[in-house]
Design a protein around this ligand. Structure first.
Ligand code: ASP
Length: 335
């Protein structure tokens, strides 16, 4: 762990590099360490004590929860060492999930900002340097405090709970469907469009060896994987369901059995909007699935629902997922 005290009065910015396109050159195999890549960016260092560390160098598809728990500890250490802002760079493919994972556990007021790049440094108009500069400015902006984990990409600031990667290659790959960005960069400054809200932070999981299955409903899908979820030892199931939270009759019958053993969460596969609560009562509808013991995820997408239930199970709170969905604002509280 870094043990560098601040001997200057300059604000401390800590940058942790995890890999991804932002750390890569597309035409040369391999990756370039975060230190080497970012230390040359003169604007980044002006008037700052910048501390850059390469925490790992992997494509973001190969990041995992255990590694993110180490990243969390590293970031907490940076706060103890006096950092006023923290930036994590990583691949964009799983950035929305990492951001949400860290956000659920981040209990400091200091901003933790994630960023990446859609174009590597040797492509024309790479976006990594601009994203890193923006992320650094956001991380050090006092208006970013108490907002949890933020994602800065393409001059937009997104809240971790809402952000999605919605396009595979576009520069404007990230958006926050339904909510919009929390803020935008205007003339190099973070301008927030909404006030910071009260946050709920989960305990750090005590165990990490449990596993959560994620299965997506699709037209005429068979039931083979669903039939084996319990036998395979999964501790929870997330269903990425049609529309407002619907599945086929066959899936509904199997979900009925699975809910007797493990938590089953149902989110919408559409990419935007909420699951329903009381719209339809046909077999496989949200009312039917709720009757069978499944928990509708509301505004939380299936990928992030998998993270939420994994963290809750790790703290022995798996059966309280409905309550946490309300506390975190993904579902309306029952009246
Ligand atoms: N494949 C890259 C990743 O690590 C893509 C990116 O960084 O944008 O996610």
């Amino acid at each position: 762990m870094p043990q560098k005290l601040n001997h200057t009065t300059l604000p401390i910015l800590a940058i942790g590099a995890l890999g991804g396109t932002v750390s890569m050159r597309a035409t040369q195999p391999g990756t370039k360490a975060g230190e080497a890549l970012f230390s040359g960016m003169v604007q980044l260092h002006e008037g700052l004590d910048v501390r850059i560390e390469t925490l790992c160098l992997v494509p973001s598809a190969s990041l995992c929860f255990n590694l993110l728990l180490e990243v969390l500890i590293w970031a907490q250490d940076q706060v103890k060492l006096g950092a006023q802002g923290i930036v994590i760079t990583q691949g964009t493919d799983t950035l929305e999930e990492s951001a949400f994972f860290l956000d659920l556990l981040w209990n400091a007021d200091v901003p933790l900002v994630l960023t990446g790049a859609m174009r590597s440094s040797d492509q024309p108009s790479p976006d990594g340097p601009a994203n890193l500069l923006d992320a650094s400015r956001v991380a050090l902006d006092t208006h970013s405090r108490k907002r949890g984990v933020l994602v800065v990409m393409n001059a937009q600031i997104h809240q971790a709970q809402h952000v999605r990667k919605c396009s595979s290659m576009a520069l404007e790959a990230f958006s926050s469907p339904l909510f919009g960005p929390a803020g935008v960069m205007i003339e190099h400054r973070a301008c927030y469009l909404r006030k910071a809200c009260a946050r709920t932070v989960l305990p750090i999981p005590r165990s990490i060896h449990h596993k959560v299955a994620l299965l997506q409903a699709s037209l005429s899908a068979d039931t083979v994987l669903l039939e084996h979820v319990l036998a395979l030892g999964y501790d929870a199931l997330v269903v990425s369901a049609f529309g407002a939270g619907n599945v086929s009759v066959e899936w509904a019958d199997l979900i009925d059995q699975i809910t007797t053993e493990i938590p089953v969460l149902v989110g919408t596969r559409t990419g935007s909007g909420s699951t329903a609560e009381a719209s339809c009562g046909f077999i496989g509808s949200e009312l039917d699935l709720t009757d069978r013991g499944a928990v509708m995820c509301g505004l939380l997408c299936p990928y992030k629902a998998r993270i939420l239930i994994w963290l809750l199970i790790g703290s022995g709170l798996g059966r309280e997922v409905g309550k946490h969905l309300q506390r975190l604002g993904f579902k309306a509280a029952e009246t």
